[in-house]
Ligand binder design. Sequence first.
Ligand SMILES: *Cc1c(COP(=O)(O)O)cnc(C)c1O
Length: 511
Amino acid sequence: MVHLASVPTDAARDAPLVSGVQNIDLAYEESDFTASVYGSRYASQDLPKHDMPDHEMPKEVAYRLIKDDLTLDGTPTLNLASFVTTYMEDEAEKLMVEGFSKNFIDYEEYPVSADIQNRCVSMIARLFNIPAHDPNTNAMGTSTIGSSEAIMLGVLAMKKRWQNARKAAGKPFDKPNIVMNSAVQVCWEKAARYFDVEEKYVYCTQDRYVIDPKEAVDLVDENTIGICAILGTTYTGEYEDIKGINDLLVEKNIDCPIHVDAASGGFVAPFVNPDLVWDFRLEKVVSINVSGHKYGLVYPGVGWVVWRDPEFLPKELIFNINYLGADQASFTLNFSRGASQVIGQYYQMIRLGKRGYRSIMTNLTRTADYLAKHLEALGFSVISQGGGKGLPLVAFKLGEGKHYDEFAVAHQLRERGWVVPAYTMAPHSEKMKLMRVVVREDFSRSRCDALITDIKFALESLDKLDEKRVEEHKEHIARQAIAKMKGINSHFSDKDDHSLQGKHDKTHPVC
Ligand SMILES: *Cc1c(COP(=O)(O)O)cnc(C)c1O
């Protein structure tokens, strides 16, 4: 809930950081002459936080002060928690900066940007094996802000299609449900709640963290709008058995579509594991989303969703907007946005080509295997699959008999600058604790070696602490977390009782 900010009252705003320092005199001689950023009065004042300042400040000062403030953020390259791209080539960055001032929705004014989106949709649909050789194929797709928006659109399309069929049959259409794994990314819970679709979960077990195809298909009833299957779960990176679900639906002659959440795997599996059948080669798969800003290798702000046929995209959801004179079909939750991300995606796809993506994804897979092997040698048990059978990530937990947990290890690593999250596994897996390293393009072998060295040190220091010290350490971490939360909205705590997270203590690794 970090992004929903609460507005402090005047009393909270003006309270000193430490009591007893109300009356110190920090008066500054008013002068417009500034010798340097740090000689200016701005450097002796707190950065404006609550009220917009009455006067302007010089641009160099504004730049420097904000830049300095941001140095306390983590370092993106050391953030191994996230799938989201932290490296692009200078040429790509240049194109993206040049695209900042273009409003992507303004198709009339920027027809080439719009066309570039269409080229990307076509390349991605073919990468997902849309039957383009069949003249009757009529696939369509769109760019989005990320997989979350793509999934919202996918859920809306499935819901509308189901409702239309129910209405046509004269049956009630007020209790739609969707079948999915309890390890879904939080955006599925969001989509279900925002669009009033009941969530029907296939729960993980102590040794299965992916959907069970039979259980999933058994949960389908006349109110099911679709099944979500994940190509690369956020917890362990495993690919769900999408073919298994498809074949069962076909065998039982059940009319229920599958949407594949390929947020992370969509740009990995086609290159590392091309024989894995998970995509439009399966007849029940009607729509697929992928995040351009994960293994699509673009900076944050782009996702994609493709539908097999207009049959699965009810036309009442499509708006034909006449914007500045041109008619355009549009299916999005947003309106204005920059064109940069779409341009960045096109750059990556034509610059790297299939061979480029394959080399990068194979290297990442090798690095993940290398890391997994070293972690095992350090006594961890590795839960992710390796060998290209899943995403290039390593999910692992401590071996038996340690007097500290994964959260303590994560904290030790944080002190060295690494962000390696610890989290509890999806419900019904006995609250198993895990850690996860996502291997991204800029995580080279030598950086991996540096991480292994630091993990080794972290274990050695924790081994030396007795239990009492570990407890104290835990309290210290908790206090720090509370201090960090200051200023963050506490009206809506994470423990709300209507979410899967609240009910089951599921915590999400960062995505
Ligand atoms: C990251 C992720 C999402 C959300 O995608 P964004 O692009 O961050 O909006 C959804 N599903 C899965 C499986 C993911 O890994």
